[in-house]
Design a protein around this ligand. Structure first.
Ligand SMILES: [Fe+2]
Ligand SMILES: [Fe+2]
Length: 411
């Protein structure tokens, strides 16, 4: 591999022993990776002025500038650089605070293999999101949707360790538009609620942090679509579908023994998985209407037709949007690959699998306006993971009274 094709990584840590350890541990990668090691964030920023880096890996606690400040600066100045945080000390509050500037957290100590896998996965994901086709489509859009201020303020509260869910609920309650949207969606999309939720504070504590945050994000953007009505497409139906997918993806992770953090990630990724459809509604409404018609007439799901027509899928567009909004890798990955989980470098059961399964199962039973031919489960992928025999279990998680398979799945 020529030097220009090598992946460039920059490691920043004030602890000489840590940097020496990383240097030794990653010695075998020097054919593929061009690595630089610096002790200060300010030195790292100087180096970056003259050399572009694909990935930066930063410590959290450093004397001159801490890791969060450093990665925030990198995010602003070099948005295409992938940002990892490697830290021995990372409590939930700090993680929440750093979430918007960090693509991927890694806890110390980590081994070479683990780091190699995470870097390879992240590079593959961002290569896809910055491919020629995606860039071409994005260049036809003046700008991707920006979160309305009032929503952004509430989202920022989720990242402030001093804010409780109760305070966040109270802030939502102050905005009539935001609270009515949240309550409408919570009450229509969730199963098993005996009484209607009428208080945003209750809604937020009922949903939990990640689900509530994802719901605010989607409500903010879905709100922008209110004057973009497409009669062939139900925005409310899509929003309800997204929440059901978030709920089911979490349940699927639980029965497959993924930990609590991954379950939360699955909820958030599920709620956000079709965010790319908002980009289609806002900027490619004519193409969307044509894709719906073509999908309904034939047996091709929407993402295949979108790829035919635009060269990208709503999965990739959603991935780009969420990258712009500073969401972590794990969410962007699940959103980007939700219809094509086999395209991901990671081929173990993960949040990506859970979101793919939850989406396909919800689509089997719930057909709203504007969805064309159902998106199907990728059976080859499920067979490879050795979990294809669990389909009925997952369907029952979604619809406990289920007696029959959906008609098209029996065929
Ligand atoms: Fe989708
Ligand atoms: Fe979907």
């Amino acid at each position: 591999m020529s030097e220009s094709k090598q992946t460039r990584l920059l490691f920043v840590d004030d602890d000489h022993n840590v940097l020496n350890g990383l240097r030794r541990m990653l010695y075998a990668m020097k054919g593929q990776w061009k690595m630089e090691f610096v002790h200060k964030a300010s030195d790292a920023l100087k180096v970056m002025e003259t050399t572009p880096y694909d990935v930066v890996v930063s410590d959290l606690r450093m004397p001159d500038m801490d890791g969060i400040q450093f990665l925030e600066t990198v995010r602003e100045a070099y948005p295409d650089t992938i940002r990892f945080m490697l830290s021995g000390y990372m409590d939930k509050a700090l993680q929440t605070q750093a979430a918007q500037c960090v693509h991927q957290f890694i806890s110390k100590p980590c081994d070479a293999e683990q780091l190699k896998v995470l870097v390879t996965r992240a590079l593959a994901l961002y290569d896809r999101l910055r491919s020629g086709n995606v860039t071409k489509i994005l260049s036809r859009i003046e700008s991707l949707p920006v979160m309305p201020d009032v929503y952004q303020e509430v989202i920022d509260m989720f990242h402030r360790p001093s804010c409780s869910l109760r305070q966040i609920g109270q802030a939502i309650a102050k905005d009539v538009g935001m609270s009515s949207k949240i309550l409408q969606v919570v009450n229509t999309a969730f199963y098993g609620q005996e009484t209607k939720i009428i208080d945003p504070v209750h809604a937020v504590s009922y949903l939990g942090q990640k689900a509530a945050e994802a719901l605010i994000i989607t409500s903010g953007v879905f709100g922008m679509l209110s004057n973009k009505k497409i009669k062939q497409f139900s925005v409310m139906g899509l929003q309800e579908h997204c929440i059901r997918v978030g709920t089911l993806a979490r349940e699927i992770c639980k029965i497959h023994d993924l930990d609590e953090q991954e379950q939360e990630t699955a909820t958030m990724a599920g709620i956000l998985h079709d965010a790319g459809k908002m980009v289609l509604i806002l900027h490619f409404a004519d193409e969307l209407v044509e894709a719906i018609a073509r999908s309904k007439q034939g047996t091709q799901p929407m993402h295949v037709i979108e790829h035919d027509m635009l060269g990208v899928t709503h999965g990739e567009l959603g991935g780009c949007l969420l990258d712009l909004w500073g969401l972590p890798n794990s969410i962007i990955e699940a959103v980007t690959y939700h219809h094509q989980p086999s395209h991901c470098v990671n081929q173990e059961f993960s949040v990506i699998s859970a979101v793919h399964i939850a989406d396909a199962i919800d689509r089997e039973y719930c057909c709203e306006v504007g969805w064309g031919y159902p998106e199907m489960l990728d059976m080859e992928y499920l067979n490879q993971l050795g979990i294809a025999d669990k389909i009925q279990t997952w369907r029952r998680l979604h619809l406990p009274d289920l007696e029959e398979e959906p008609a098209h799945a029996r065929a």
